[in-house]
Design a protein around this ligand. Structure first.
Ligand SMILES: [Zn+2]
Length: 361
């Protein structure tokens, strides 16, 4: 499974230094044989167009320092960058460019000449783990962009990935103990539509014009569905959902320990799980210590109390089900209307909480 990366490792630090040279401006520190090279935080910086003209949902209103929308191009650039590291590789379902497949796209419709074309877009899947450590590992699935306008979830995922793929000793520990399966954009056409503020006349968004929360994509709207987080139990209806669910099952072998679906923004910032055990386990306790300002939903409080119930088709419920990933601890994260840095820190905290749990075992 790690043949490509093993080749880099077999070639020693020189190959890895060359691999990182572009980002390190030719000054990569030489790592002794067998040791991972240091990755400076600047490695994870990339150029992107800052899009601020997006649908604003409640928790963002009045924010002095708005966070740029997270575009499909940013997903591609970040994935490519992270994918060059020796401990990152395509998942079993992905090709060498970490592409699981492409969305169907929304072709130009002659009946609606004002409607633009939406291009077919790649869906990505990659995994982060230490390829030199074999045997049973904790399986963690990370997913973002389920809801197309909820850019915050993508920033949280980026923060988590940058930490996990970086040089912090706790990240190196996590890479030895766990494998992280990352699906950074599970709804690329919805995100494209949201970033470009596209209202298709042929497939209007049932939510647009009411609360301006675009939650789906063109295929969903054309089929009369309104919410991308209600269709995860469908089969054969939506190519994107079929591709992502099949990939997650194949890549993980059909079972996950932890599962994160990143959303938001929301007030109050919160996280939740459809399973009681996941609300009270060691990870939940560690998470509340790392993020004391973020609410754990469900009883005894009143905010999103009924988190275990439907509606069916939610990604976290699918992940928890035997038809899905039989995930032991499925979670949904909804950051608040935060700054970019706070969102990045949240992703780091989700990883650090897992470190707290696994290091204590
Ligand atoms: Zn959402």
């Amino acid at each position: 499974m790690f043949n490509t990366k093993r080749r880099y490792l077999a070639n020693g630090p020189r190959a890895i230094a060359l691999l990182l040279a572009g980002a390190l401006l030719g000054c990569a520190p030489a790592a002794p044989a067998g040791e991972a090279p240091a990755v400076p935080e600047s490695y994870f910086e990339y150029e992107y167009e800052k899009v601020f003209d997006y649908y604003v949902i409640q928790a963002w209103r009045g924010l002095d320092d708005p966070v740029p929308a997270y575009t499909p191009k940013m997903v591609a650039r970040h994935t490519e960058l992270v994918g060059k590291l020796p401990w990152v590789s395509p998942t079993a379902s992905a090709d060498e460019n970490m592409v699981l497949g492409r969305t169907p796209g929304w072709p130009k419709n002659p009946d609606w000449p004002g409607d633009p074309e939406i291009p077919s877009l790649p869906m990505y899947g990659y995994q982060i783990t230490d390829p030199d450590v074999e045997g049973e590992k904790v399986k963690v699935v990370l997913s973002a962009q389920n809801h197309s306008t909820e850019f915050t979830g993508s920033w949280v995922l980026e923060g988590m990935v940058n930490f996990l793929a970086g040089s912090d000793p706790r990240a190196m520990f996590l890479r030895r103990e766990a494998v992280f399966y990352v699906y950074p954009d599970v709804n690329p056409e919805g995100r494209y539509q949201a970033v470009h503020r596209i209202d298709l006349e042929a497939a209007p968004d049932p939510n647009a014009g009411t609360n301006m929360r675009k939650r789906g994509n063109p295929q969903l709207y054309a089929a009369g569905e309104r919410d991308h987080n209600r269709v995860w139990t469908t089969r054969g209806r939506f190519a994107t959902v079929d591709t992502i669910t099949a990939a997650m099952k194949k890549d993980t072998g059909g079972r996950a320990d932890y599962f994160w679906d990143m959303h938001g923004p929301q007030e109050p910032p919160n996280w939740r799980s459809p399973l009681l055990e996941a609300r009270i386990n060691d990870y939940a306790v560690a998470l509340m210590k790392r993020e004391p300002d973020v609410l754990r939903c469900g009883p005894p409080g009143s905010f999103k109390r009924n988190v275990a119930g439907g509606p069916p088709g939610k990604m976290s419920l699918w992940a928890a089900s035997a038809e899905g990933l039989s995930a032991t601890y499925p979670y949904v994260y909804e950051p608040g209307g935060w700054t970019r840095q706070r969102l990045i820190d949240a992703g780091r905290n989700l990883a650090l909480a897992l470190h707290d749990v696994l290091a204590a075992e």
